[in-house]
Design a protein around this ligand. Structure first.
Ligand code: GTP
Ligand code: SPV
Ligand code: MN
Length: 592
């Protein structure tokens, strides 16, 4: 029985059901009873494995196909009426051709299967910043993950009423054939179609497909922003909380920063960090003239490897209950999970992410895939913000961009102006990671960490950033910064300890926002004076010379960087905002 009378939903479903031809149709109402029944079904089919209920209550393990372990950027398409609308950084398909191709793949693909209709909300149900979607899927794994990552069920439909403002999402597992895998977004039609995958960002359509690719386009039309940003609050000893949004590329530290535990000195002084979001921010100007952000998600789809009690205690705590693990190793001794970097005791008696017997004490292979993940409910997080459900979101004091750069980018610098800040975001580049299929460790340009996620021409997206800035009273506009936790010495060692110690950098950033800290002006922007960074307790790890190296700006390296930026900007032709060309000219003049 349909859970809504919304005519646009019913018409769309009728058409899509006729296309995919399931044996039966199940509406997901959001009830625990229904989810429990689906879990039982997935256990029976082997799609999920139940983990140790004492150590990991209500937790499950899922293994995807070996050829289906990450986002596939080369098979992701923005299907806009013209290629120029998708821009030079997106793969493009003509919408009519894409629909035909995808419908041919989808046709009859649910035969012998059940169709699940998932009504979901990105953002707290009823929030003025939230938006609804419907995902049609033939995967219980998708239903159970969406139940953690988004708000699902009847309440979403009740708030939506008869509105046509919802995103259509069709997911078909098909045969997980990588040659026929397509992740297609149709921004003008509020539509997503994903075929031949069963993995995370390819199939949890509320996440990157909707909340970034479709939503970035919606934001352009409607005057708001969808960004690949974490949102965190820093509470000072006076009890004041100020919020920061930070954009880092995939697997470059958003979840870690969002949940950081302050260094000892800060803890003793009374500092606290509160997590609002770890991956995506929807941002809109409030009635007070400031920018306010919500996290459209309801859970964390976090990178497992490297997550441990020291690096990210709060993420680990979040993933101890009600969590679905994907592609980690299974410890057969106690039916728990393991991944590289969890601890120094890999299990000898285990099953690796591919499903093969694995002895972690002797094997040179990974037990967990480098992009293995946990899907954990946000409410489990010990440091979840009291404002997590706030309908209006939280007011933003600073935007922070950053990536993995072994050289070049200093630990932190501040832009001179809003438009310079947009330039700082636009010239971001980072070493690639396992979050997407392809080579790892290659530096590529990744503006605002949005390269794989911008649903329209990146030149127009930059102009949107500039327009947002122009609409803000300069006193109320967030200040814009760049950070780099990944700078290395010539010997290849990280120069900065990172993780909890990153709060020291956020502290300077917030002091700058409050007009309290000084800075040195350099060719690229404002750099902290060494004395203004609080390094108490880090003296042994980061000496004066090392700090000087971390904060140094090498003109020769930047000259080379400018050439790369010019080539990149050149791809945009007349879509490159004049303001960004002017910023590039300024940088060149400063370096000369
Ligand atoms: P997505 O979920 O793909 O968007 O990734 P993310 O940006 O949330 O990255 P995450 O926080 O999961 O971190 C990815 C990897 O970066 C992990 O292996 C971390 O251990 C490592 N990492 C995170 N923060 C730091 C840091 O401050 N310093 C260093 N050296 N590594 C870090
Ligand atoms: C990312 O790759 O940025 C992620 C994981 O957050 S996924 O949902 O697969 O996109
Ligand atoms: Mn991400």
């Amino acid at each position: 029985m349909a859970l809504t009378k919304n005519p646009s939903i019913l018409a769309w479903l009728e058409e899509k059901i006729a296309l995919v031809q399931p044996d039966s149709v199940v509406w997901i109402d959001g009830s625990e009873a229904q989810l429990d029944a689906l879990r039982a079904q997935a256990l029976a089919s082997g799609e999920l494995l139940k983990l140790n209920d004492e150590k990991l209550p209500d937790c499950y393990l899922h293994r995807t196909a070996v050829n289906d372990v990450a986002r596939v950027e080369h098979r992701t398409f923005i299907c806009t009426p013209t290629e120029a609308q998708a821009g030079p950084t997106n793969n493009w398909k003509d919408p009519a051709e894409a629909y035909e191709l995808l419908y041919n793949i989808a046709r009859g693909s649910y035969k012998g299967r059940t169709a699940y209709v998932i009504p979901y909300s990105m953002g707290p149900v009823g929030s003025p910043l939230a938006k609804a979607g419907i995902e049609l899927t033939d995967s219980i794994y998708v239903v159970l993950n969406m139940a953690i990552m988004t708000r699902i069920g009847q309440a979403v439909l009740d708030v939506l009423g008869d509105s046509n403002d919802w995103v259509r999402g069709l997911h078909c597992r098909c045969n997980i054939d990588e040659e026929q895998r397509y992740i297609c977004q149709f921004p003008q039609d509020n539509t997503i179609i994903s075929v031949n995958s069963g993995y995370g960002g390819n199939v949890l359509l509320g996440k990157k497909c909707f909340a970034l690719r479709i939503a970035s386009y919606q934001g352009k039309q409607e005057g708001w922003q969808a960004e690949h940003m974490l949102i965190l609050g820093v509470e000072n000893p006076q009890g004041e909380v100020r919020y920061i949004c930070a954009a880092f590329p995939s697997a470059c530290g958003k979840t870690n920063l969002a949940m950081l535990i302050p260094p000892e000195g800060y803890l003793k002084a009374g500092y606290k960090v509160w997590t609002v979001g770890d991956d995506i921010a929807w941002i809109r100007k409030g009635t007070d003239g400031r920018l306010w952000a919500i996290n459209p998600e309801n859970g964390f789809f976090g990178v497992a490897p490297g997550t441990n009690a020291h690096s990210n205690y709060n993420a680990l705590a979040s993933a101890r209950q009600g969590t679905i693990f994907t592609n980690v190793a299974l410890n057969l001794d106690d039916n728990t999970v393991w991944w590289e970097g969890l601890d120094k005791n890999p299990p000898a008696h285990a099953i690796d992410w591919k499903g093969n017997p694995w002895d972690g004490t002797t094997s040179s292979e990974n037990g967990a895939h480098p992009n293995s993940r946990f899907t954990a409910p946000a409410k489990n997080c010990p440091c979840i913000s009291s404002e997590f459900e706030a309908q209006q979101g939280v007011p933003i004091s600073a935007f922070v961009f950053g990536g993995r750069r072994a050289k070049l980018a200093p630990l932190v610098y501040q832009s001179r102006t809003w438009n310079h800040g947009v330039f700082v975001g636009a010239i971001m580049a980072s070493e690639t990671t396992a979050a997407a299929s392809g080579a790892v460790g290659v530096v590529r340009r990744d503006p605002m960490a949005m390269l794989p996620f911008c649903g329209y021409n990146m030149g127009d997206y930059w102009q949107h950033w500039i327009d947002i800035g122009a609409s803000l009273d300069p006193d109320k506009a967030p200040k814009i910064f760049n950070v780099n936790w990944f700078r290395k010495s010539d010997a290849g060692k990280f120069l900065w300890p990172g993780f909890g110690d990153n709060l020291r950098v956020l502290d300077w950033i917030l002091d700058r926002c409050a007009g309290k800290a000084d800075a040195d002006e350099t060719s690229i922007g404002y750099i902290p004076k060494a004395a203004d960074l609080n390094l108490t307790g880090l003296e042994d790890e980061v000496g004066d010379a090392q700090l000087a190296e971390l904060l140094s700006v090498d003109p020769a390296l930047w000259q080379t960087e400018v050439e790369g930026i010019e080539t990149f900007f050149g791809k945009f032709g007349d879509k490159l905002p004049a303001a960004l060309q002017a910023e590039l000219d300024t940088l060149k003049a400063n370096l000369a």
